[in-house]
Design a protein around this ligand. Structure first.
Ligand code: NAP
Length: 288
């Protein structure tokens, strides 16, 4: 069996076209959705990420502001900027690109962002809302993974889902979103003794580890949905995920490629979150 590809670029395009329409409608009502992105320091990967986020806003009719600061920026100065953006009516979402320089406490920074502008969904308030099933802004990457799984048309309810990884930004919120969609969820991590025992029993596997070839063909149940969040480099320096794509696609029913799977959906769901923060409802914006 060769798996069907879950095309994150095509799904992104579809959701983004709706984002563009909703953004235009809000703009016509005098409420153009606005995202502020803050970058501290000169990490090259972070610079690419923020550029792509701002570009996506521009392409879909959202207002965006990119603030770049030297790595030596004082924590108090960053907190003061966030306070100003919290009070800025043209800004509906605030994103501080991680990682931050070591002298800045990321938890303090995340906590400083107004709850209704926390478009990354990383605050304790947003995490608590997800945990308790209350409405709120969901972290973009797992939110995008849910849309990718839903796009297969396979019902999530009653399925066994295995999430590999338990980070606060991907693994844990992913597990909670799947649980909210009525999957039976197992969360694996670095201290899980036999990963394959769990993944072989899974109808849905989400790999969010950061180590290539974590999931191989022998670890996958025939027909399973496999979502690859990982971003790694192979021996040739090319981008690859956590999943042995060539092997696993011969066993799985559905699989996301890397690149072209989860990556584009992360930015797309950031746009959806910014619209939601600005007061819009979208068809995409319904994950829990
Ligand atoms: P992270 O914070 O480093 O978390 C990695 C998780 O993997 C941890 O929970 C860790 O377990 C677990 N792990 C490590 N080795 C393992 C093993 N051998 N078996 C099972 N679990 C293992 O990383 P993250 O931020 O969640 O990101 C994960 C990956 O997704 C990275 O490659 C990252 O670049 C990528 N990512 C992609 C996107 C995108 O848009 N495509 C967005 C975010 C992240 P412990 O908790 O026990 O240490």
């Amino acid at each position: 069996m060769t798996a069907q590809t879950i095309d994150g670029i095509a799904l992104s395009r579809q959701i983004r076209s709706e984002v563009g329409l909703r953004a235009a409608a809000l703009t016509a009502q005098g409420r153009k959705p606005g995202l502020a992105v803050i970058l501290v320091g000169d990490d090259p990967a972070s610079a690419v990420y923020v550029r792509n986020k701002v570009k996506a806003c521009e392409e879909h009719g959202l207002h965006s502001v990119l603030e770049k600061y030297d790595a030596a920026l004082a924590e108090s100065a960053l907190l003061a900027r966030i306070a100003a953006l919290n009070a800025d009516p043209t800004i509906h979402g605030i994103l501080v690109q991680m990682p931050l320089p070591r002298h800045i406490d990321p938890q303090k920074v995340i906590a400083a962002i107004a709850t209704d502008k926390d478009v990354d969904g990383f605050s304790v308030h947003s995490a608590g809302a997800l945990m308790t099933g209350l409405p709120g802004l969901r972290p973009a990457t797992p939110y995008g993974c849910m849309k990718l799984i839903e796009s297969t048309g396979v019902p999530i309810k009653g399925r066994h889902a295995v999430v590999i990884g338990r980070s606060n930004t991907v693994g844990k919120p992913m597990a909670l979103l799947l649980l909210q969609a009525h999957a039976t969820v197992t969360v694996c991590h670095s201290a899980t003794p036999d990963l394959a025992v769990h993944t072989r029993a899974a109808d849905i596997v989400v790999a969010a580890v950061g180590r290539r070839n974590t999931l191989t063909a022998a670890m996958v149940k025939p027909g399973a949905i496999v979502i690859d969040v990982g971003m790694n480099r192979n021996d040739e320096g090319r981008l690859c995920g956590d999943v042995d794509y060539a092997g696993v696609r011969e066993v799985a029913g559905w699989i996301t490629p890397v690149p072209g799977g989860v990556g584009p959906m992360t930015i797309t769901m950031l746009l959806v979150n910014t619209l939601q923060a600005a007061g819009a409802t979208t068809r995409a914006g319904t994950a829990g």
